[in-house]
Design a protein around this ligand. Structure first.
Ligand code: PLP
Length: 444
């Protein structure tokens, strides 16, 4: 494809390195230029309108163009655009949001530390786990277990817990303290006649066998998304989290709930932990915490997790960690206002009310001759296409056809993912899936 000289498209190809593309051939297709957003819609630079079927990157809960958030950002920018929380300094917005998160947490949490992205947060959790192991005089208890198809980000430690080969290849990941167990994909991996609960017990037995093989005295933590999202949306089968947590408790292994996508209403409760009865030691939040209007993430930890960390810092004389943007005043002010909007407009309730039609339409799509299965809960779901000769070709063709029909959906290989803004109306759900069905008809 050729673009006008000096156009955004041409300058994008010239200057910007993009994630998740073949860099060398990027210029052959270039990018869709999105110019503005309103509600569940975004508009490209020709004025064409799209339903954002993935809420940006699973994140714009309150929709685009929410003026309350831009007003709060402007007011905070005018008053105090930046300050830090290093050493003995603080500011109101970071304290207000930390207090709010502690009040909202599904299990008693003691402290909050702010970061700017999900990767950064998960990376720091790994550092804290290692610091804590040293504090407890158990320096060998540092291995971390993630899951195949789990996604926790792309920095060195978080990328190592991520269980996706495409994120490891040639980056020399994973780090050697990281291990992975199976993705809890009952539909794809169950033995003949194996019920969901039997499958969940088998997944827990696999985890236990790994912990025993490594030596429980070497295994520190298990990281899991309540619903695995970026790996292709896998809703845990019945009893999965109960069985997994029993094994973790037995061997004194910490549980880190990565709520970066599930948090703030995606599964029909405020947190995925509530939907599945998960009692984590650490929770990681991002994305819908600010509807991604500002980069923001947060780590919440229990007192039992925090206390040894605090003792170690006293022993050393300081806590030798900190990011310039931790608790950034504009980001935390926007985060708090965003959570107020989620609560005042009952967007968690809207998720629950819209969910039955959302899931029914996914099921309808799965009955299409080009599709084979669906998965979903709340307002997050996926449809698997029957693969063509080359893996990913059907997904890519669908993604392009959906854009032509005015929907942005994300194809992960041949899995089509849907995760619209939580404000989506009944009519918008029908319009999105009508367009998606036409796109599916159009590909061959
Ligand atoms: N954890 C989960 C569950 C995610 O889905 C993501 C991003 O999609 C991350 C962590 C990484 O977040 P970020 O892209 O902000 O680094």
């Amino acid at each position: 494809m050729t673009f006008l000289p000096n156009s955004v498209e041409a300058r994008d190809i010239a200057y910007q390195l993009h994630p998740l593309v073949d860099l060398q051939n990027y210029g052959k297709t270039g990018a869709l230029v999105i110019e503005r957003g309103e509600g569940v819609y975004v508009f490209d630079n020709t004025g064409k309108r799209y339903i954002e079927g993935l809420a940006g990157l699973w994140s714009v809960a309150v929709g685009f163009g929410e003026m309350r958030l831009s007003d709060v950002a402007k007011a905070q920018m005018d008053k105090l655009p930046y300050y830090h929380v290093f050493a003995h300094k603080t500011h109101g917005p970071s304290v207000d949001l930390a207090e709010k998160l502690i009040q909202m947490a599904p299990v008693p949490m003691s402290k909050v530390h702010f970061t700017s992205s999900g990767s950064e947060a998960n990376d720091l959790v790994v550092k804290l786990i290692w610091y804590r192991a040293n504090a407890l005089g158990r320096p060998e208890k540092k291995k971390i277990i993630g899951r195949v198809k789990g996604y926790h980000g792309v920095t060195i430690a978080a990328g190592s817990i991520t269980g996706l080969a495409r994120n490891h290849a040639s980056f020399d990941l994973p780090l050697d303290r990281m291990r992975h167990v199976s993705c809890p994909d009952h539909a794809g991996m169950a033995l003949p006649g194996e019920s969901e609960i039997e499958f969940s017990r088998r997944m827990a037995a696999e985890l236990e066998a790994l912990i025993l093989a490594e030596g429980p005295e070497t295994v520190a933590a298990f990281f899991g998304e309540p619903v695995m999202a970026s790996g292709g949306v896998y809703v845990p089968p019945e009893g999965y989290w109960q069985e997994i947590q029993a094994v973790l408790r037995k061997y004194d292994v910490l549980l880190v709930a990565d709520e970066v996508i599930c948090g703030f209403g995606r599964t029909g409760e405020m947190f995925g932990c509530q939907t599945f009865g998960i009692e984590p030691d650490v929770m990681v939040l991002s994305k819908q915490i600010s509807s991604s209007y500002m980069p923001l993430s947060a780590i919440l930890m229990t007192e039992g997790f925090y206390a040894p960390v605090a003792e170690e810092s006293a022993r050393i004389g300081t806590f030798g960690h900190g990011f310039t943007a931790s608790g950034h005043p504009v980001a935390t002010a926007v985060g708090l206002e965003n959570i107020r909007i989620i609560e005042e407009r009952d967007l968690v309730g809207n998720c629950r009310r819209r969910s039955p039609r959302f899931l029914a339409r996914l099921a309808e799509l799965a009955a299409h001759p080009k599709a084979k299965a669906w998965r979903g809960i709340g307002l997050i779901g996926a449809v698997e296409l029957k693969p063509w000769q080359q893996a990913g070709a059907a997904g890519a063709a669908f993604q392009a056809a959906a854009m032509a029909e005015g929907v942005i959906a994300r194809a992960i290989g041949d899995t089509l993912c849907f995760c619209p803004p939580l404000i989506i109306s009944a009519e918008e759900i029908e319009a999105m899936f009508d367009a998606v069905a036409r796109a599916l008809d159009a590909i061959s």
